[in-house]
Design a binder for this molecule. Structure first.
Ligand code: SF4
Length: 259
């Protein structure tokens, strides 16, 4: 059957009815509608999705996000209480004793490079932003150790300014969902952002990341246990048998110890 004749009509989706070729036949309006139905299903599946790093200020979130590179949020949350009690301001990080910081954050991995970033971050904040974390993407990305992903995490979660966080999960899932064909994170950010109201961007990011960690894994996605199956063009790339798929769904404890 040609892809165009199988293109979904609102309300007619069943798991497996979509194929990658259908994306070409999908109108922009239909894509927005399908994407928003998927987002609604994600909201129902993960009503309490949130940033899993512990913080009480923009500086703490910025530091925690830098530490979370190649490290679980759980591990970061284990070291930050000590770090945050010892280093309370940008000035504290700027003048930090390198060996002491390395010692505190050692278990997060890449601790020398991360210590370097934290000290340079403190210096840059002191020199250019009066010791305050700026609330603009264009400023945040000029800081040492801060890329667009980290900047959007801080904007969305510490400042309440909507941001899309394209990490490995977000990129993989939005391509599987047929929301984008882009690989470049900035292009993904813009293409997916255009499908949703801006106010929803931050929580949407959390929900995709939660779904990626729990169900839509990079290697064996649990398609047969997935609440998005009926709208997903990638349904079937993982096991569709419900019993087999259910075994692949990660528990909160398993998620806490995975990247
Ligand atoms: S688990 Fe399967 S059906 Fe669900 S979103 Fe991922 S690829 Fe699609």
């Amino acid at each position: 059957m040609p892809a165009s004749s199988r293109a979904p009509v609102a309300g007619s989706w069943v798991a497996g009815s979509w194929a990658a070729g259908d994306r070409a036949a999908e109108t922009p309006t239909a894509r927005v509608r399908r994407a928003r139905r998927m987002a609604k299903a994600l909201a129902e599946a993960y009503p309490d999705a949130h940033c899993e790093l512990d913080f009480t200020s923009p500086l703490e979130l910025l530091v925690a996000t830098i530490l979370s590179a190649q490290c679980t949020d759980k591990r970061v949350n284990e070291v930050t209480p000590v770090l945050f009690a010892r280093y309370r301001s940008a000035r504290d990080y700027a003048g930090a004793d390198r060996a002491e910081v390395e010692d505190i954050i050692r278990s997060t991995g890449f601790f020398r490079a991360k210590t370097n970033s934290l000290i340079k971050l403190g210096q840059a904040l002191e020199e250019r932003f009066d010791g305050e974390v700026p609330a603009r993407l264009a400023d945040l990305v000029t800081l040492p150790g801060v890329g667009r992903k980290t900047a959007n995490v801080v904007l969305g979660n510490a400042f309440g300014i909507p941001g899309i966080t394209v990490d490995t999960h977000f990129g993989r899932l939005s391509r599987r969902f047929g929301w984008t064909t882009e690989d470049d994170p900035v292009k993904v950010e813009h293409e997916v952002g255009a499908l949703f109201p801006k106010k929803d961007w931050t929580v949407l990011s959390h929900r995709l990341i939660w779904h990626g960690r729990r169900v839509c894994h990079s290697r064996r996605p649990a398609c047969g246990a997935c609440p998005l199956a009926r709208w997903c063009p990638s349904y079937g790339i993982g096991p569709t048998d419900p019993v087999q798929a259910a075994k692949l769904v990660k528990s909160p404890a398993e998620v806490a110890t995975s990247l």
